[in-house]
Design a protein around this ligand. Structure first.
Ligand SMILES: [Zn+2]
Ligand SMILES: [Zn+2]
Length: 77
């Protein structure tokens, strides 16, 4: 089970409207897959494993991002 604090805006994902959740999820997947590009702006902590996205190799990134998307979808049901 993931933490339900949004990695983008730090609010509880369960308090997001559907639109906001999709926006945050989209931003997270984009930034998680390009941590070097976005790292200068802010640290991105992986909501799946709790490590910095910069410390992930590309396989780990893929796994964590996919897992996170599944978990967020689970929250909606
Ligand atoms: Zn958010
Ligand atoms: Zn991770």
């Amino acid at each position: 089970m993931i933490t339900t604090a949004c990695p983008i805006c730090n609010e509880d994902l369960r308090n997001h409207h559907k639109e906001k959740r999709e926006k945050c999820l989209w931003r997270f997947t984009r930034e998680a897959r390009n941590p070097v590009v976005y790292a200068s702006r802010s640290k991105l902590i992986c909501p799946t494993c709790g490590e910095e996205m910069l410390d992930h190799n590309s396989n780990q990134t893929q796994e964590c991002v996919n897992q996170y998307i599944l978990d967020v979808e689970d929250l909606e049901s």
